[in-house]
Design a protein around this ligand. Sequence first.
Ligand SMILES: *Cc1c(COP(=O)(O)O)cnc(C)c1O
Length: 429
Amino acid sequence: MKTERSAELFAQAQRSIPGGVNSPVRACRSVGCDPLFVASAAGCRLVDVDGNTFIDFVGSWGPMILGHAHPEVVAAICEAAAAGTSFGAPCALEVALAERVRSAMPSLEKLRFVNSGTEATMSAVRLARGYTGRRMVIKFDGCYHGHADSFLVKAGSGLITLGIPGSPGVPGDIVKNTLSIPYNDVEVLEQTLRDEKLDIACVIVEPVAGNMGVVIPDPAFLRTLRRLTAELGIVLIFDEVITGFRLAAGGAQERFGIEADMTCLGKIIGGGLPVGAYGGKREIMDMIAPEGPVYQAGTLSGNPLAMAAGLAMLDVVGRPGFYEELEEKSAWFGEELEQIIARSPVPVVVNRIGSMMTCFFSEGPVTDFTSAMRADTERYGQHYRQMLAQGIWLAPSQFEAAFISSAHQRNDLEKALTMTEASFKKLMV
Ligand SMILES: *Cc1c(COP(=O)(O)O)cnc(C)c1O
């Protein structure tokens, strides 16, 4: 595989940008590679600057549920751009997208748009604190909620990949207001939430974890979480930045039949442009300025290009049969993968729900942060490099999800399966 042009760009990038990248995991260090620079993408394929083509299973880390450059999304962006790229005043597209999201996720009685998932979770927690007048945030080990100060405690995503528990630059005074407890552990959950001294404002959770690799919630865990937070007046925040419009139009809430008090969205709702949103019960959302005293604002929030892209994407996923078809394709892929795993010379387990999944290089089962951390990351690195060389683009970390989009055709998935089996056989035992 030719990589000269990527290598040149990477060398140049490192002179201007820390690590040569604008988000750490992209540097591919944990898989022992240098990053490839992407020139273009269409459908389920990426083309790098050296002309290599890859079948993409990262999907820009979640948003590209329709694949890349979907014609309806591109057309919507172009049309919006021609009418002006930012107004700093309300526009009709914001209202349309808000209504679209609400009709898919009824627990969001009101919502506000921001520019990233990080902004959504950060604002949701501020609001939950303002609403309850309490202090503590409960999160779960290995869950990632963006890079705001309060969440950099035993966080997933790039922090696991880089092997760091938190981050310098986050004052202890802030971190002491966040408590991280094990995912899927009902006993610790009950004990913690019932501790009145903790002064708990909210619990924030990925209802399906995607940032320590995919970890499926025990239904009893989510039910207990809902029951206890309701009983104790704690705001339950579902971080559905990945799962919203991924697992169903109504996200994990629809899938598991549980409604959160507040929900954070991102990724898919922006159609590939930078968008986040947070929303929930009317009485909570009405605490936000200008209705209420809790402050949150944004120069580019509700940006017309981003709203148009999101609307176009939600239009397509809202058509009859969209999720059924994606589920069927993903289930078939998952079953084939299970058979390949059964023949694998090295231990692998797959966690899959809908079109998101992770193969962990371990004996499994993987149900929480501790069990996820038992995965063999060296082996993942070797698998990653072998797959890349065969034209399969995976996340450059063991602790991320692989996504299937509506643009993946049967023959793309078959190729990926063949390459997976060949790669497993070449792994050092
Ligand atoms: C990606 C992600 C975020 C952060 O979103 P950004 O747009 O990267 O700031 C928050 N929560 C979850 C669950 C995510 O997967």
